[in-house]
Ligand binder design. Sequence first.
Ligand code: PHE
Length: 451
Amino acid sequence: MEKKRSSFTGRIGFVLAAAGSAVGLGNIWRFPYLAAKYGGGTFLIVYIILAVTFGFALMVTEIAIGRKTGLSVVGAYKKLDKRFSALGWLAAAVPIIIFPYYCVIGGWVTKYASMFMTNQMTTASQDGYFEGFISEMWEPLGWFFLFIALTALIVMLGVKGGIERASKILMPILVVMTIGICIFVICQPGALDGVLYYFTPTLDGLNVNMILAALGQLFYSMSLAMGIMITYGSYMKKDVDIEKSTKQIESFDIGIALLAGLMIVPSVFVFSGGDLSKLKAGPSLMFITLPQVFENMWAGQFIGALFFLLVLFAALTSSVSLMETIVSIITDKTKVNRRLVCLIVLVGALLIGVPSSLGFGVWGDFTIMGMSILDFFDFISNSVMMPIVALFTCLLVGYFVGTKVIGDEVRLSSKFKRQKMYNVVIKYIAPVFILAILISSVLNSLGIIKL
Ligand code: PHE
């Protein structure tokens, strides 16, 4: 007898789980940096416009494909159109590449959360501490194992009992902590200038590069083009409103990104006396600059502990969605018991993650196209594979199966108020923009142009 597919209990469970996937390191360590780099308020406006048009259309597409086919990404594309089977595999490869290294970074976050919670802020904020830590061999590996084990535990407990339950606990806590830290930061002396800088639109940031950067950020941040939303959509009940759910997931993602900027930009502003060159993206912001900012802040130990805990929750719900996507592909294909599949994926990811972790230490001399192992994985998945998947998904829906198929699925549970806009975005606007991202990000990383 065919086993019934697991499902989320209802809209709230679905939205929180999907928002858990969307809200992650990208919101916290990349968005504030991009906003500061590209003229503050202008970037925010452009990002929001793109999110409610472009992000909305792609997310509705993925959720509807998942729910319609009731399959994870590999089977789903094949069921829609056999000629697009390879696209399913390409999309499946993205989480397989990202999951291991995302957990390596998750391990670093866990380490910093534990340091701030055990009174070791002064050590964490010392010059050179972070570089020393990641170049060691065993310690980062240990934290990586811990983080990935936590992820696997949640996924093993299943869609309702694991993923939905964890998201229902972690996401509300995350929102409350984010708002709390923001209020605290804004009340620091001198922070208001930073807030003004963050919100005031300036025209000098507005250019093509900025729009491309905002789009690239949008993909990653909304967990699009890697089968995640298809997988989660396949666990969605037929009576749950897709359009409304998408709007809510987007609001979560945009809201947390805006608030992350509101905690980070003003605090770096105060700490550096207005010099925002300190505000970088990625690991150096989170593990070098921010610990120093906390060190210089009143009650910094406490705020730092809250902050890293918040990042830990955000990263955990994202890595759960990555692992679930992989697990679901294998269970769809083989019908093997979920726990066993989780164990296999866990071991596989451990093996692939180890080189990423060691790439900062003993294997530091090994580079691919001039990038460390982790950076290379990041580049190939985000800048090359995801735009390709997104592009062909638009072509598949726009020109092969037809936007009506997606519209019909959405209409099973609600009106599709934005169907007209949806059609135009998927057929005409999105493909052109995505192609532009693909070309520019490849040229940028080959050093041919400078973004
Ligand atoms: N959306 C997550 C973020 O903003 C990142 C992520 C990417 C999560 C890929 C899962 C998969 O950080």
